[in-house]
Ligand binder design. Structure first.
Ligand SMILES: [Zn+2]
Length: 499
């Protein structure tokens, strides 16, 4: 009896030992050399800073897709690896005004303020309508015409513009600045409203049904009517005496306005590894592969290579995909399925993960966890000489078990210092809300966000591969691997018990 018991005890122990050995066999296949090889490509100048919708982002997507294909992962989006969707940019479109042979392009002496597409070149008579007051409108018929208003620095109100349109004005030109310098200021302000780098997931509820207005420089009264701004001002100041408005000859103009709202396509890249006996349940491991692109102005290096942000997370996910795939090939694949997802448009406001969680490829209620990796390749100033560390954010927010698993896996295999400084949702940096995991957390899916801290090269062209600590990147990736392995293979799925 005793003998058998001892033997049985030994057997259990040995199998436990064998299992640890097995896990570590795959964990140690996460190597600095692999991570470096992939990052050297993703963070190279050839990728042009991987800005959403741009060529570099598409190249990075193709690179990740090829990696997933090579590993034998499945493309889960109707057989494809790409989840493609529309984002909207509000970059100003082509707009111009022609007077005779002369053409004025947008942001020169004319600035179009609106989102309407005129659908081609429009020809209209342009008349001077004073300051648009009722008194002025008694002298001119504005129906089916373009009108030119001369006002003080107070821009006409929306109500007054609407009223002029109701009376039949097809387009409104406004001259409200005394000098070209003042006009340029206004013009630049309008330009900045378009937020040339901003993208949205939802189509902006724009005022596309309204024709918008042209704001013009003081020079344009001369171009349109052969009369200076001063001369026209005098007519208003004199109270439109002697039908003065009628004496200003109408101009024949042509113009074109283009919608500032344009759809652009971008893509999340998804690689799916099917689980064994619990394959309906899913882990999602994410990082964002986009970055902020090329700075429009400035000298020196203008390409933001984003080696740490988030090249480091991207190569970590690629490496995790590799080792889990190898385990599966050896018959040691995870019991639950794993979706490796590199999302786009994080830098534009977590849009890729927002899109996925609104249009999930796998049911969200079967999604057990999201492990999100955003910047894990560097040290921040607070840890310049510390033992290997990582910031853990959000692990305890929705699931008690998840935090316990995370702690236990690290203790057992990697022994990183877990820094919880940013785990406080009230921390001024608000990191719990600042990367893609947040879109999963808001759907009540337990998450962990892995992060290395805020360093001096954050969102700068100097976020380069030379500054990546590959040993640390390897250890952190291994830490995530052991945590994922446990979540994927344990008997019971982790639950969200802290809703
Ligand atoms: Zn990032």
């Amino acid at each position: 009896m005793r003998k058998i018991l001892v033997w049985f005890y030994l057997f259990v122990n040995v199998s436990g030992y064998a299992q640890n050995f097995e896990i570590q066999k795959y964990g140690t296949r996460i190597t600095a050399a692999d991570l470096k090889e992939n990052l050297a490509i993703l963070a190279s100048d050839a990728m042009e800073g991987r800005e959403t919708g741009k060529r570099g982002q598409k190249m990075a997507a193709a690179f990740i897709k090829a990696h997933f294909e090579e590993l034998g992962l499945k493309g889960p989006v109707n057989g494809d690896y790409y989840q493609v969707f529309d984002l909207y940019t509000t970059r100003p479109g082509e707009s111009y005004v022609k007077v005779g042979e002369q053409r004025f392009n947008n942001f020169t002496d004319i600035t179009y303020y609106g989102n309407n597409d005129s659908g081609g070149e429009i020809s209209l008579p342009l008349i001077f309508a004073g300051n648009g007051s009722e008194e002025a409108l008694r002298q001119v018929d504005i129906k089916d015409k373009a009108i030119f208003l001369l006002t003080g620095m107070n821009f006409p109100t929306n109500e007054s513009l609407r009223s002029l349109r109701e009376k039949g004005a097809k387009m409104i030109f406004i001259s409200h600045t005394e000098s070209k310098a003042d006009f340029n200021k206004v013009s630049n302000q309008i330009k900045s409203f378009y937020g040339p780098r901003d993208l949205t997931l939802r189509k902006p509820a724009d005022n596309a049904t309204l024709p918008g207005v042209f704001v013009v420089s003081p020079l344009m009264s001369e171009k349109f009517f052969g009369a200076s701004r001063e001369q026209l001002s005098k007519i208003i100041a004199d109270g439109y005496k002697k039908n003065a408005l009628k004496k200003i000859k109408q101009a024949d103009i042509k113009y074109r306005t283009s919608s500032g709202v344009k759809p652009i396509k971008s893509e999340n890249v998804l690689g799916f590894l099917e689980g064994s006996d619990k394959k309906d349940e899913l882990l999602i491991i994410t990082a964002h592969y986009d970055h902020v692109g090329i700075k429009p102005n400035g000298e020196g290096d203008r390409i933001h290579n984003g080696a740490d942000d988030d090249g480091s997370g991207t190569v970590a996910v690629m490496e995790l995909a590799k080792v889990f795939s190898q385990a599966k090939q050896d018959g040691k694949g995870p019991r639950r399925s794993i979706l490796f997802m590199l999302v786009t448009a994080e830098e534009k406001g977590l849009l890729g993960s927002d899109y996925y969680t609104q249009n999930p490829v796998f049911p969200l209620d079967k999604t057990v966890v999201n492990l999100n990796i955003d910047m894990i390749g560097r040290r921040d100033p607070q840890h310049s000489n510390s033992d290997p560390y990582v910031y853990i954010i959000g692990a305890d927010k929705l699931s008690t078990e998840l935090n316990e698993i995370s702690e236990a896996a690290n203790k057992k295999y990697t022994n990183l210092i877990f820094d919880y400084t940013y785990n406080d949702v009230n921390h001024p940096e608000r990191l719990y809300y600042r990367s893609d995991h947040w879109n999963f957390a808001r759907k009540n899916i337990p998450i962990i966000f892995y992060f290395d801290g805020i360093h001096e090269d954050y969102h700068k062209p100097s976020d380069e591969i030379e500054k990546i600590d590959f040993d640390l990147l390897t250890k952190r990736t291994q830490c995530i691997f052991y945590t994922a392995w446990e979540i994927a293979n344990r008997d019971e799925r982790i639950v969200s018990d802290k809703q």
